[in-house]
Design a protein around this ligand. Structure first.
Ligand code: NAI
Length: 393
């Protein structure tokens, strides 16, 4: 727990390790086998990535690693193709030693693929959230899984606060009205409230959840609550005036707004389902920027349609990219609003991309030089889970 909590109070954005590319610049006399294959699954950035080199997490800009890796004699394969046996991902995973993926365009490293990955030693998540890797299967094969902890937690926390506000204040329908050329204040004001005086609760009070609480403090909410099997240190809880509720049903029944900020693992898949939604306050708002599959897709769409919840907002989907007919794209509450969904981008602002590109390089550098990794970046180490955030084991 210590290493989970270490990052709570200081902003990751201020961490010199994550901000100082120069630290990583010196050319390396690596000790790993030359000719190692590094496979990266990134998303296609298209024209935007050509025009904006700071879009580092794309196949065009390749996390800025190509020259650095090739100079050392390594092969760097970068692809966006990730589905099906003929995809570049599934072909190259067979002999890759290092896999780099991003949660934004997840290369799903399943149990079967892990069995085929004969040379794979380390999976690096360029970002935060490694649920796209079958972590138990990786552990079984002695494959380490690391992520750039803290690299985008401020980015997400800001998005959460924005999402809460846009639901509570009924922003999206109000903006759509203006674009349509209409002006009927009552139509949007009938579902608009202040955040002040509401009860807001976070499922998961780790790096992101805690930063959300910090940012909500000045809004004078009636109460801030959290649900997490890892309790916050007393000082940290006091600093944001948050109260812990240990029973999930009791927790949601007290919240006007629920925000989901825990990882996706066996204990959180489908956590917010039809049964739990019945215990929500009627008309509550739900924000999920953690992982789509933590909330049951159909149960959420039904709860919004019926008005059991007034709004759902977030950027994460059970499958990414989300199919065109995914219900979360168009679902609405009975008043025709309550949908704040966007593509998965809250943790991939240009600021965040700079940090996770540097962090990815740092993890790779440690691997190549056989140096110890930063403990807080290790999800699965050689001997087991090194984080307490992926379920109680
Ligand atoms: P963290 O590891 O600092 O905190 C996670 C917290 O969730 C821990 O305190 C843990 O005890 C708690 N938790 C785990 N299982 C739980 C459960 N069953 N019930 C209640 N609490 C539980 O992780 P961090 O940095 O706060 O990130 C959280 C998640 O947010 C990531 O794992 C990732 O899935 C998601 N994320 C999303 C991004 C986006 O762009 N939308 C970007 C970054 C992270």
């Amino acid at each position: 727990q210590a290493h989970i909590r270490r990052g709570l109070l200081s902003s990751a954005a201020k961490s010199p390790r994550l901000l100082n590319p120069a630290r990583l610049a010196p050319s390396l006399s690596h000790q790993s086998t030359a000719g190692m294959k590094v496979l990266a699954v990134l998303y296609a950035g298209g024209e935007a990535a050509k025009q904006e080199p700071r879009l580092l997490g794309t196949i065009e800009n390749q996390l800025g690693l190509r020259e650095w890796l090739e100079k050392q004699g390594h092969e760097y394969v970068v692809t966006e193709e990730k589905e099906g046996p003929d995809s570049a991902f599934q072909k190259h995973i067979v002999d890759a030693e290092v896999l780099i993926t991003t949660p934004f365009h997840p290369g799903y490293l399943t149990h079967d693929l892990i069995q085929k990955a004969k040379n794979l030693k380390i999976c690096i998540t360029a970002g935060v959230g490694s649920d796209h890797v079958d972590l138990n299967a990786a552990l079984g094969k002695g494959i380490e899984v690391l992520e750039v902890s803290g690299s985008n937690v401020v980015s997400v926390a800001e998005h959460v606060v924005m999402s809460i506000l846009l639901l509570v204040r009924n922003f999206v329908p109000a903006h759509e009205m203006i674009e349509r050329g209409d002006w009927q204040v009552s139509e949007v004001a009938r579902a608009a409230y202040d955040l002040e005086g509401k009860v807001v609760g976070t499922i998961g009070a780790g790096r992101i959840g805690y930063r959300v609480l910090q940012r909500l403090l000045p809004f004078d909410c009636k109460e801030l609550l959290y649900y997490d099997y890892n309790p916050l240190p007393e000082e940290a809880a006091k600093a944001v005036k948050v109260r812990r509720v240990e029973d999930l049903k009791e927790f949601v029944s007290q919240c006007d707004v629920v925000t989901v900020n825990c990882p996706l693992h066996e204990g959180t898949r489908g956590l917010v389902n039809a049964e739990l939604l019945k215990h929500f306050k009627k008309g509550a708002w739900l924000v999920n920027t953690a992982r789509g599959a933590i909330c049951d897709k159909d149960a959420v769409a039904a709860a919004l349609k019926s008005g059991q919840i007034s709004g759902y907002s977030g950027d994460v989907w059970n499958v990414q990219p989300a199919p065109k007919d995914h219900p979360w794209r168009t679902m609405k509450n009975p008043l025709g609003g309550g949908n704040g969904m966007v593509p998965h981008y809250s943790g991939t602002t240009l600021d965040a991309q700079a940090r996770y590109a540097v962090g990815t390089k740092s993890i790779l550098e440690n691997y190549l030089l056989n140096k110890p990794q930063e403990p807080h970046n290790v999800i699965v180490g050689k001997k087991g889970y090194e984080t307490k955030a992926y379920g109680q084991r």
